[in-house]
Structure formats: C-alpha cells, structure tokens
Design a protein around this ligand. Structure first.
Ligand code: FAD
Ligand code: NAP
Length: 304
C-alpha cells in the first residue's frame, strides 16, 4: 500500500513525488514512457526560472535525478483505470494493479488532431506533431505548420534551422501565441503566413506528403501548395480517460480541483495540464505538484 501513487512523470508528477518523498511517505510514480512528459518534445525552454535557456530533455533529467534519493519508486505502466474504494484507491494497468491511500493524477494533455483527410494516412510519412523529434528529417524542405498558439509559433521558429521555408497556416488573422514569440516569427525571414485559412486535405504518394489543400475561410477559395512536411499544433486534449467513471472532470474532460489540488473525491488530487486552468506551463505544473505533494502528507497524517 503506497501512501501516494502519482500517475505521470511530467514536471507536475515529478514535483509532487519530490515533495511527498521528502516527507518520508511511501511514494510510487507510474509512467508509460520516459520521465519529462511534454518537456521531452520541447527544444529550448526560456521561461523556467533559473535558466536562461535549457533544453526540455535536460530539464527533465534534472527533475528526475533527485527522486531516487528520496525513495520514490518508479513504476513502468500504462494506467487504464483508477478506482475509488474510500480508504484506499486502486490503479489498474493492463496487467497489474497498485493500491494507495492517495492518488495524484498528473497525466497531462495530448496533441489534438486537425481531423482532415490525409492526416492519419501520412502520419510519420510527412505529418508530425513533434518538431524536436522529427524536424531534422526535413532538411532543405518547405514545411507547413498548422495552428496559431505558442506551440505552433515556437516550433515553426525551431524548424527554420532545418527547413528551406516554414509557412504557418492559421484560421484567423491574428496569432494566439505570446507577443515575444510572435515578434520572433515575424522577424524570421524563413517564416511566412497564410491567414484566415485551414487545411482541407493533406496529399501525397506511396512515399510521403507532397502537397496540402488550403481553404480560405472567408473567400472559401481552395488552393494547393507543395510542402514536404506538415507539423500540426492545434491545441491539446486532456488525458483523463482513466478517471471518466469517477465524475471528477468537466464536460470536456479536464479535471476540476480546488486551490489545494483536491478533486471532489477525498484523497484524489490532480495537478498540471490535466487540471481545468488558464495557464498551462512548466512553472504552473511544478507549482501544482508542490501543493499536492504537501497536501497528501497532510492527508496521511490526519488519517493515520
Ligand atoms: P505532461 O508534461 O504532459 O506529462 C504527463 C505525463 O503523464 C507524460 O509523461 C505521460 O507519458 C504520462 N501519462 C499520460 N497518460 C498516462 C497513462 N495512462 N499511464 C501512465 N502515464 C501516463 N511550457 C513552458 O513553460 N515553457 C515552454 O517553453 C513550453 N514549450 C512547450 C512546447 C510544446 C510543443 C508543448 C506541447 C508544450 C510546451 N509547454 C511549455 C507546456 C508544458 O510542456 C506543459 O505545461 C507541461 O509539460 C505540463 O506538465 P504535466 O506534468 O502536467 O504534463
Ligand atoms: P493552444 O494555445 O490551445 O493553441 C491552439 C491553436 O490552434 C490556436 O491558435 C487555435 O486557433 C488553433 N486551432 C485549434 N483547433 C484548430 C483546428 N481544428 N484547425 C485549425 N486551427 C486550430 O495550444 P498550444 O499552442 O499547443 O499550447 C498549449 C499550452 O502549452 C498553452 O497553455 C501554451 O501557453 C503552452 N505552451 C507554452 C509555450 C511557452 O511558454 N513557450 C510553448 C508551447 C506551449 P485559435 O487561436 O483561433 O483558437
């Protein structure tokens, strides 16, 4: 029986593990991949205090390394369901189950699909959701980035080191991204924009993507443009399927908590991007994790 079982080792989960581990609780953290979560898909992080700039994978390792010292147990597994049995909670993976007095949900969010013909067909054959992972495969090519938020603009800038040209297609005539990223993109000679437009179809041959049909949402005109790759950054959806039955999410799947990261169920907490909140960042994820790590200590001592 764990005192605290954390699901997901992104920045939120690793911080909760650090705080709960330092309180001498028996802590486990279940992760389906490498520690770091979305940070592993991020090139340069410039808004994490203490570092002028640091790569996502490097910051991931810096957060991960101290956990062992505080006795945090790393468990590999893909969590399929969480059950609330009152005094204890059960976490089920495909072939194991784990019991804990408290659960901290830190499963983050996953990239959303743009949902057009060709997107699935050409996935990994020119369609990508991760510039850091795939950008280097597209040296010298013309690339399309879909979306207008921080991810689209930041990753478009990143891609210019490999690409001949990067075009950002956005459904409005104004970006959602932070001003500093906008300024950098506008100043970058390798980046151009197609405004008020959406991707209608991604086309290619047996090998890879060759072109994209783009529709202007105002004029309804559809034009075909040659691109060697398409990077999709149209937002995120919550990873909360494992708690759908618990009734702790809102209508779009984000988990609702109070200021102490408590859900409506006693002993179940949620932190980081998976929460219903306004600012999804590494700093806010680690802040949530610190609060939850402290709260589970309080819960365990009050229920001893
Ligand atoms: P995540 O980082 O998403 O981690 C969740 C973890 O849970 C993952 O490791 C996942 O594998 C695991 N998991 C999910 N489901 C299961 C399951 N069923 N079983 C087991 N494990 C599971 N923020 C900044 O502050 N600065 C930036 O420069 C920045 N750049 C970004 C660039 C991109 C392209 C993106 C997409 C985001 C960026 N962000 C940035 C946002 C930041 O990465 C997130 O806010 C942050 O990672 C959220 O942390 P988290 O721990 O809540 O979730
Ligand atoms: P986001 O902020 O939700 O932006 C999604 C973008 O995609 C928006 O511009 C949206 O258009 C567009 N879009 C949504 N659905 C679309 C569709 N079906 N077709 C075409 N366009 C569509 O998502 P994000 O950029 O991935 O960012 C996610 C979170 O991570 C945010 O909190 C962000 O701040 C954070 N992040 C931070 C950094 C950083 O701090 N450097 C970097 C990356 C991400 P509209 O604008 O019209 O809605």
């Amino acid at each position: 029986m764990y005192d605290a079982l954390i699901i997901g080792s992104g920045p939120a989960g690793m911080t909760a593990a650090l705080y709960a581990g330092r309180s001498n609780l028996k802590v486990g953290i279940i992760e389906q991949g490498a520690p770091g979560g979305q940070m592993n898909n991020t090139s340069d992080i410039e808004n994490y205090p203490g570092f002028e700039a640091i790569s996502g994978p490097e910051l991931s390792m810096k957060m991960y390394e101290p956990l062992e010292k505080f006795g945090v147990e790393n468990i590999y597994g893909i969590v399929e369901r969480v059950e609330d049995h009152g005094d204890f909670k059960r976490v089920l993976t495909s072939d194991e189950y784990y019991d804990a007095k408290t659960i901290i949900l830190a499963t983050g969010a996953k990239h959303r699909l743009v949902g057009v013909p060709g997107e699935e067909e050409f996935n990994s054959r020119g369609v990508s959701y991760c510039a850091v992972c795939d950008g280097a495969f597209f040296r010298g090519q013309d690339l399309l980035v879909v979306g207008g938020g921080d991810s689209a603009v930041e990753e478009a800038i990143y891609l210019t080191q490999f690409a001949n040209k990067v075009t950002i297609v956005h459904r409005r005539d104004e970006l959602r991204a932070q001003k500093i990223l906008q300024d950098r993109a506008f100043a970058n000679e390798k980046i151009d924009f197609i405004w008020d437009s959406v991707v209608q179809e991604i086309k290619g041959d047996d090998v890879k993507v060759r072109s994209v049909d783009i529709k202007n949402v105002k004029t309804k005109e559809v034009t075909n443009h040659e691109f060697g790759g398409v990077f999709v950054y149209v937002g995120l959806d919550p990873v909360s399927e494992m708690v759908t039955d618990l009734g702790i999410t809102n209508e779009t799947g984000w988990i609702i908590t109070d200021k102490d990261m408590k859900t409506s169920l006693d002993g179940i907490y949620a932190i980081g991007d998976i929460r219903q909140k306004d600012l999804r960042q590494i700093t806010t994820a680690v802040g949530d994790g610190a609060v939850a790590g402290q709260q589970v200590y309080k819960y365990i001592t009050e229920h001893a």
